[in-house]
Each structure stands twice: as C-alpha cells, then as structure tokens.
Write a protein that binds this ligand. Structure first.
Ligand code: NBP
Length: 462
C-alpha cells in the first residue's frame, strides 16, 4: 500500500511527486490524460518509488488508510469534477488536499460539502513555483485540523526549511484559511514585483544608469535585512543578455504584464473586508495599464512631458525607498489577514504565517525573521515603526524618490501609494471631515463630532 496519491501531473504535480519520492514516500500518481502519466514514468520518474494508476478508483485502492490524496490540477471546475469522482470511493476519515490556486470561497464551499461525507477536505496554498515544488515549497494548509495532524509528517518532510531548520509548512486555520493565505501571498508578490519594476524604471529613466549598473544596484541592495528572493532574481534577470541579439533580455520582452487573477482576488477581498491594500491594488492596476499598449504607443508623443528640475537622489536613496515600500506592502497584506481573522475566526496567526514564508516561497525575505519577532496584531504599524531612526531616513528616501518620479514624469503608482498609506497613518487629522460635511450637505447623512456624542447635521443652507 502506498503512503499518498497525487492527481494532476503537470509541472507542479510532477515536481511535488519527485520531492515526495526523494523523501522516502511511496507515491501513487494519476492524471486525466494517460499520455502525461506515461511520459512522466518514462522520464523524470524512472527508477523512483512512484506507481501509476489509470483511473480514480484504482488510485484510491492503492493507498493505506486513511487515504491521503493531493490534487494539483487547474483551479476551478477540475477540482469539483475530481471530487465527484473521488467521493464514491473514499471513506470517512480519508483526506483530500487541494494544492492548486483555488479561490478561498470555493474552498470554503468544498470544505462544507465534504464535511457532510466525513471525508476531510483541506485547501492548501503551495508557493515556490516549479523549482520550489521540486526542492522544497512553502506550504500553507488549511481546513479541518485532523487532516493537518494526519498530513503533517508528510508536508513537513517535503517543505522548504528556514535558516534555523524549521519546516516551512504549518497549519493556517479552518475552512478557506490556507488558500486565503496563499492569495494574500500572491497579492504581496504582485506589489513587491511592481515596486521593484518602478524602482528599476527610475534607475534607468530617472537616473540614466546603464543596464549593468541597475543590476549592480539590486545586487547591492540584496544584503542583510533587506535581502529577498525577488531582489536576487531581479539582479540576475537584469544581467542576462538576449542570446538572439546583442542587447539585454529584459529589453527584448514585450512590456505588457499579465496575471492569473490572484492579485485581483486579493484587492477584491480587501475591498469587501474594508481593508486598504493600496500597493497591491496599484500593482494590479499597473498590469492593467501595461496591457493597454496600443493606446500608450499612440498617446506617448501627444501628451505633454514633465519639465521640473530637482536634485537627483543617489541610487542608495532608491534602495532605501524600495525597502520601506516593500515592508509597507507586507504590512498591508498582514492587515488583510487580520481582518479576515476578525471576520471568519479561522485561527490565522500572523507569526505562523510569516514563519512559513521565510523559505521556499516567492516572497521570502530576510526581514520576515524580524516580523515574526516584532509583529503585534493589535498594533501592526509598530513593525514599521520599531526602528525610528531608520524610519526617519527611509521615509525621507521614499518622499524624494516619489518626487523624482513625479518630476521626471515616470509613473510609480506602487511607490506613491505606499507613501500615501504611510502619510495617512501619520496624519492625526485627515480631510475626511470635509467628505462627511459634503455627505451631510447633499444627503443629510449626518456626522459625528470629537467633542460631544451623537449624530449632527450642519446649518448648510442657512
Ligand atoms: P495547470 O494549472 O496547467 O493544470 C494542468 C493539470 O490539471 C493537468 O494535470 C490536467 O490534466 C489537469 N486537469 C485539468 Br486542466 N482539467 C481537469 C479535469 N477536469 N479533471 C482532472 N484533471 C484536470 O498545472 P500546474 O501549472 O502544474 O498547476 C497546478 C495547480 O497548482 C494549479 O492550480 C496552479 O494554479 C497551482 N500552482 C501553480 C504554480 C506554478 O508556478 N505553476 C505555483 C503554485 C500553485 P490533463 O493532463 O488531463 O490536461
């Protein structure tokens, strides 16, 4: 009898299977299209403790009880179709883990559906791309606690390990918690990628650095507390030459960025929960604007350019600004996670989430160690404000960099949104009083006063 089955042998599924086999697990694999299974067994899986199944019932029959099955299929109807096939041959106590990028609301629905059958359904976020799946991903399982208790020894074995040896796999909480955490992970990923891209644009167009110099900047910033996987790969990307020409690879790539929707889901969920995540939303919108390439090409020569002179900041200033904006993007993500916890009581724990993001995933970053130590859910900004002298310097840098962007006419929506978010928190009084007055003027919506209780109306029309 095998330990576990994996269904869905595209790139992520194959690599997770190879990871499990390398860690001593006996794995049964099944894929809807037979040829994919055959190619896998004849190729990368050759000589490993991996056995094929050619239909769902024989896949389940090959497993020891309770049966453990991981789905790595395209998110959406594929998961529901597989559950329809699996349920008739599963028994109470068996476990189905959905490791795809499912929307958390689908996961909540499926968890409820399976609860009635006694079969456990666990939605699990998986991050790290193909390489992570093979060498050690960050795993964010949610759903019923007994499913995690049964799966824990397997997931901890195949997960990435942080520098202090902790496995980057932990229980995120009930129902849709695992997929919600993965969705927010991807939202933060969108934001940080956009912040890096804007900073690169400012280095090139604002400071007129050569491609090699921009790569050197990102490599230099990828040190100590500021180091991260995304900075590391950015330096590597910027140094890569286009083998079919004589320029750099990044310049040969069409400037339209797409996405699979998880950034948009994060913004939508944040709006639904009433939590501002401006850096994430700016990143989603920046991708949308990038897709309007024809219009940009058409209007570029027609719209007047900026003509403002200012002191150009040194590249180090951009590095400091980027690091602060990056931490503000994580802060927005964690604020969203805490709002989800207040709404659904899944048991989300910011420190546990930060711990599983320390290795294996795309947003792994050295400062997550600090975040694990200092993050206080009741005072999230204390994470940013914990080193006031550094902050004084960093906020000045972010201010100078957004000024450069505005003066040079280079769009930097993520950096600008991050600064506005920061400034909103340092404004003891915001102009919302005028908005309330306007609402009361035209709609008699009423307003409150800080000096006395009650709801009031203004003497607007005499
Ligand atoms: P894909 O997302 O491209 O999905 C392909 C797999 O889904 C194939 O095995 C395919 O079987 C199967 N499938 C489909 Br499509 N419809 C099916 C159905 N109705 N019934 C059964 N199987 C069906 O693969 P992937 O890129 O390896 O990603 C797998 C999951 O992991 C996705 O949810 C993805 O969002 C998530 N994820 C991906 C990454 C990444 O970096 N790629 C990272 C983290 C998470 P077939 O061979 O018969 O067509």
């Amino acid at each position: 009898m095998n330990d576990i089955a994996l269904i869905g042998l595209a790139v992520m599924g194959q690599n997770l299977v190879l990871n499990m086999a390398r860690n001593g697990l006996a794995v049964t694999v099944y894929n809807r299209t037979r040829e994919r299974t055959e190619a896998f067994l004849g190729g990368p899986a050759k000589g490993q403790s991996i056995t094929p199944a050619w239909d769902v019932p024989s896949c389940v029959a090959a497993l020891s009880r309770p049966r453990k099955i991981i789905l790595m299929v395209k998110a959406g109807t594929a998961v529901d179709q597989l559950l329809d096939e699996l349920l008739p041959v599963l028994e109470p106590g068996d476990i189905v883990v959905d490791g795809g990028n499912s929307h958390f609301e689908d996961t909540v629905r499926r968890t409820r559906r399976l609860r009635e059958t006694g079969v456990f359904f666990a939605g699990m976020g998986v991050s790290g791309g193909e390489e992570g799946a093979l060498l050690g991903p960050s795993l964010m399982p949610g759903g019923p606690l007994p499913a995690w208790e049964q799966m824990r020894h397997i997931l901890e074995k195949i997960a990435a390990r942080s520098a202090d040896g902790d496995p980057c796999a932990d229980y995120m909480g009930a129902d849709g918690a695992g997929h919600f955490v993965k969705m927010v992970h991807n939202g933060i990923e969108y934001a940080v990628m956009q912040l890096i891209a804007e900073t690169w644009d400012l280095l090139r167009r604002g400071l007129n650095l050569s491609p090699g110099q921009t790569a050197d900047c990102f490599a230099a910033w990828n040190k100590g507390a500021a180091s991260s996987y995304l900075l590391e790969i950015t330096a590597n990307i910027l140094r890569t030459k286009d083998l079919s020409g004589d320029g750099f690879m990044v310049d040969a790539i069409l400037d339209t960025a797409q996405g699979k929707g998880t950034g948009l889901w994060t913004s939508q969920s944040a709006l639904n929960l009433g939590v501002p995540v401006p850096a994430i939303t700016a990143a989603v919108e920046a991708r949308m604007l990038s897709m309007r390439r024809e219009e940009r090409q058409r209007y570029a020569p027609l719209l007047p350019a900026a003509d403002v002179s200012l002191d150009i900041p040194a590249p180090e200033t951009l590095g400091k600004a980027l690091f602060l904006a990056t931490r503000l993007a994580y802060l927005q993500g964690f604020s969203l996670l805490m709002a989800a916890e207040r709404t659904w009581n899944w048991g989300l724990d910011p420190a546990r989430i930060a711990r599983v993001w320390r290795a294996g995933c795309i947003i792994r970053a050295a400062f997550l160690d600090d975040l694990v130590r200092t993050f206080a859910p009741e005072a999230p900004l204390s994470f940013i404000a914990s080193a006031p002298e550094d902050l004084a310097d960093a906020q000045l840098a972010l201010r100078r960099v957004t000024t450069l962007a505005a003066a040079a006419g280079i769009p930097a929506p993520g950096l600008g949104a991050s600064l506005a978010y920061y400034d909103a928190f340092r404004s003891a009084r915001l102009p919302a009083s005028l908005v309330q007055a306007q609402r009361d003027y035209f709609g008699a919506h009423g307003f409150e006063r800080p000096d006395r209780p009650g709801v009031f109306h203004g003497p607007w029309k005499g």
